[in-house]
Design a protein around this ligand. Sequence first.
Ligand SMILES: C[S@@+](CC[C@H](N)C(=O)[O-])C[C@H]1O[C@@H](n2cnc3c(N)ncnc32)[C@H](O)[C@@H]1O
Ligand code: SF4
Length: 410
Amino acid sequence: MSLAAALAVVRRRLLGFVQFRALSEVTCREIRSSPGDDDRATYPPHSEEASLYVHWPYCLRRCSYCNFNKYISRAVNHNAMDACLQRELETLLRVSQVSRINSVFFGGGTPSLAPPSTIAAVLETVAKHAALQGDAEVTLEVNPTPIGMAKLADFLHAGVNRFSIGVQALNDEDLRVLGRDHNSQHALHTVDEARQLCPGRVSVDVIFGRPGQTLACWEKELEELLLVCDDHVSLYQLTLERGTQLFKQVQAGQLSMPGDDVIAGMYESARRILQERGFLQYEVSNFARKGAVSSHNLGYWRAGQYLGVGPGAHGRFVPQGEGRLCREARTQTLEPDVWMREVQRWGHGTRRRVELSHTELLEEVLVMGLRMTEGISHQHWRQFSPRAELQQVLGESAEVLELQERACSS
Ligand SMILES: C[S@@+](CC[C@H](N)C(=O)[O-])C[C@H]1O[C@@H](n2cnc3c(N)ncnc32)[C@H](O)[C@@H]1O
Ligand code: SF4
């Protein structure tokens, strides 16, 4: 079942339940005042905790497959970026009334192009306005170029304690096709250096299902990677994104993608190989050994609050400082220069804010929760839906019953 179809099922079931129970308007107010509940209680209970995502929007060049929010700029105004990231962070901390940040993730774009002083300044701002536990996970995405590698120690001193390295492939021809600005030797050196600096806290990103890739090549490459990598691996199936150079090349017949069955085989064999090497799968794309799971990413999948700072960053939190009770989905302005002007003018570059209905929030809890191996426990579900048990919501669904039957008979 596709994600869209699964979502449609979930939405139908949730809406059906809500209507069935004559809770036609499940507003936050109504959820708050369910009989026997504390009048001030909301679901999920108001939290002063969140994680923080910081988006660095610049890259050295455009990879052929990528449609993330990134810009190739020769002249980044670092002072302005620095000041704006800090100012927007202060604003969002005030608006959310979040007083404790559990984890920080610097993503992009290529945040390893940012000056380490910018990373330090953001972390100092967090520490100035909220509690950031000493052992909180602070991850930086690193492109394994010589420039990125040379700065790893400085990033560590700036407060980073986990590196996520965009290896993507250990095959130089594939790296060229992907338009990467590194080769396999750069990737291996960067992983080695990062492991020396941050043992046990280095993750690698790898893409499979690449043009022309065969199952045998992929298995060999993964085995090679597992000889040198640390305790965390993220595997991504290459998505052909409309508008990218790779999409055009495939459309024009210059490159061809492996078939769906081959790609499915690559995923299955990767799961097996990783398991043989002691990696436990804890999410669709994520594997860890020795307990090296990413607490930041688990926060997303467990539907925790997060603040998103920087151009195009996404956030999910209750703007308690504005007297709101419901969680909002917020997106910051995409284009960095426009975002900076907005932050300088208003203190933030929030372009879009959508109040999530209770049904939408529950959909997110389900869809994100189902990504994880741990799934959704009743206890977890009740934090978001104290009145409607998971079984009541989904138990009568023909689709769920069918899946249960299939699981029992297999
Ligand atoms: C957007 S990148 C940012 C990090 C860094 N700039 C890099 O490229 O390594 C984050 C991760 O998303 C994954 N990614 C980006 N575009 C993708 C695509 N079209 N298909 C599959 N994975 C993709 C890559 O594995 C990458 O490591
Ligand atoms: S994949 Fe990473 S380095 Fe490449 S363009 Fe996208 S964000 Fe930049």
